[in-house]
Ligand binder design. Structure first.
Ligand SMILES: Cc1cc2nc3c(=O)[nH]c(=O)nc-3n(C[C@H](O)[C@H](O)[C@H](O)COP(=O)(O)OP(=O)(O)OC[C@H]3O[C@@H](n4cnc5c(N)ncnc54)[C@H](O)[C@@H]3O)c2cc1C
Length: 462
């Protein structure tokens, strides 16, 4: 550690995940002196237990599916099974490479990295390793951990969280996944590709319930086709151990048995016992409350990432961390438009969206003001080549901008970059229709959807 007791940093950041390290990197870039305190591994959930390892598993799953389906493309290949140790090695190598790169980046920006468990000890200091680290500003970025519900104890063996699922050194024959949100659907997708008999139990009427209902229904159709089972509107009522696994019962009388139960019902903030309340930081159910500039009610303290009640996504953490660093450095900042943040579920098929769902648009603008258009990927050459089914749905304010883009299909996550430009630049359908998309590409489907919405469909029926 490179500071002495008299050092007062410009910024002291507690937690080195996406939110914390983004604040550190941007702050240092702007000339601020920064201390970054992390009790575990720099990179936090996203790099070690979240985005990156899950997407590596999903890619391995895609390779498995493509091998199984190779004959459909005239390729001779034999699927012999999954070597789970090999999958973990591949995943861990990806994580290790990125981890090394991130450590180098933090060091090269001259951020003072302090390894240890910190606690807020005043409105301008954090105690760590028996030392007081003072800062003109404090950024709380302690993130989140998997949540459970009363009566459902995660034992790490047969009842597991995503943390355990990422390290499972065997492939279960069957699995129940409690929660049909992003994390639940991604694991369902991976496990099915690995040969697991999967059942998702979801209390709400649809999978990925935060998405436009059309996307949820398309995902459900695709999962059904893949043999992924799901019980919707089924609330968990209890779990018991069986000889070789678990039996889950639901309030609507269902009873399902499997080798393991993955609890994927959401993540809760890490804030208990960290001194936040004692120092007067306003909180709600463990979340730190912030305004649109990520300021808490204590002038010297900001908070970012999963710890605050905004979308729990790594790129939200990055954006919030950057905003805070720039504000502290005296730059003019603008609040984040959370509707403009791209959201991707990287299952097979992928679900990607930005902007408002149709239901939200109707709520906001009134039913008569909302226009929607669906473009079927069956009309898109590249999607046909990939043998993927799906749709792009556009939500437009009548005679105005596109306020929602919702996509389902293979690789649709990669299309969300253009979709977010369309939403965030408040583009009119005619303006997007004017842009020429490469043929044959999946981005062309976005172009064609806008051509259709602008009243001049090409590869679509009028
Ligand atoms: C399975 C899974 C898949 C995901 N996939 C995606 C995805 O594809 N895309 C996406 O955008 N998001 C994804 N996420 C969400 C993403 O990982 C989080 O939104 C993001 O990591 C939040 O960043 P954060 O900095 O707020 O918190 P975290 O990453 O949780 O970091 C907080 C850090 O604070 C440290 N800490 C906590 N308390 C202390 C203390 N007292 N002292 C010192 N350090 C402390 C922790 O060790 C941790 O490293 C996924 C999450 C999971 C679980």
């Amino acid at each position: 550690m490179a500071n002495d007791a008299s050092t007062v940093f410009d910024v002291v950041i507690l937690g080195g995940g996406s939110g914390g390290y983004a604040a550190a990197l941007r702050g240092a870039q702007l000339g601020l002196s920064v201390a970054l305190i992390e009790k575990g591994e720099l990179g936090g959930t996203c790099l070690h237990r979240g985005c990156i390892p899950t997407k590596a598993l999903l890619h391995a799953a895609e390779v498995a599916d493509e091998t199984k389906e190779a004959a459909e493309f005239g390729v001779l290949a034999t699927f012999q099974g999954i070597d789970i140790n090999g999958v973990h090695k591949y995943k861990d190598d990806v994580v290790a490479g990125l981890y090394k790169g991130l450590q180098g980046l933090v060091a090269s920006r001259k951020v003072t990295f302090i390894q240890g468990e910190g606690k807020l000890s005043s409105q301008t200091s954090v105690d760590v390793n028996g030392q007081r680290i003072e800062g003109r500003h404090i950024v709380l970025a302690t993130g989140s951990v998997p949540r459970s519900i009363p009566g459902l104890d995660i034992d790490g063996n047969r009842i597991i969280s995503s943390d355990h699922a990422l390290k499972l050194d065997y492939i279960p024959k069957s699995a129940i996944i409690l929660g049909g949100g992003v994390i639940g659907c991604e694991f369902a997708s991976v496990w099915k590709s690995f040969g697991v008999d999967v059942t998702i139990v979801e209390g709400l009427p649809h999978l990925v319930p935060l998405e436009d209902e059309n996307s949820s229904k398309l995902l459900e159709r695709a999962f059904r086709k893949r043999g992924i089972k799901f019980e919707l509107k089924s609330r968990f009522s209890g779990v018991e151990y069986t000889e070789n696994g678990v039996r889950v019962s639901t309030e609507n009388g269902k009873s399902i048995e499997a080798d393991v139960l993955l609890v994927a019902i959401g993540r809760g903030p890490v804030s208990a016992g960290l001194g936040y309340e004692e120092q007067g930081v306003a909180m709600d159910r463990g979340y730190v409350l912030v305004d649109e500039y990520l300021r808490t009610n204590v002038p010297s303290i900001s908070a970012v990432g999963d710890l605050v009640p905004t979308l729990q996504l790594a790129h939200v953490g990055f954006a919030e961390g950057i905003l805070v660093a720039e504000r502290i450095a005296g730059l003019k900042v603008v609040p984040i438009d959370y509707d403009g943040i791209p959201r991707v579920t990287y299952s097979n098929p992928e679900v990607a969206s930005v902007g408002l769902t149709e239901a939200k648009a109707v709520e906001q603008y009134g039913k008569e003001k909302v226009v929607t258009l669906k473009y079927n990927l069956a009309g898109n050459g590249k999607s046909k080549i990939l043998k993927t089914a799906g749709e792009i749905k556009l939500v437009q304010v009548k005679d105005g901008a596109v306020v929602g883009v919702h996509m389902v299909g293979a690789r649709m996550g990669e299309q969300v970059g253009e979709a977010q430009l369309i939403y965030n630049w408040e583009a009119l359908p005619a303006e997007v229709a004017q842009l020429i998309h490469a043929h044959p590409s999946q981005s062309e489907a976005l172009g064609e959807a806008h051509l259709a919405l602008a009243g001049k469909p090409l590869h679509a029926h009028d």
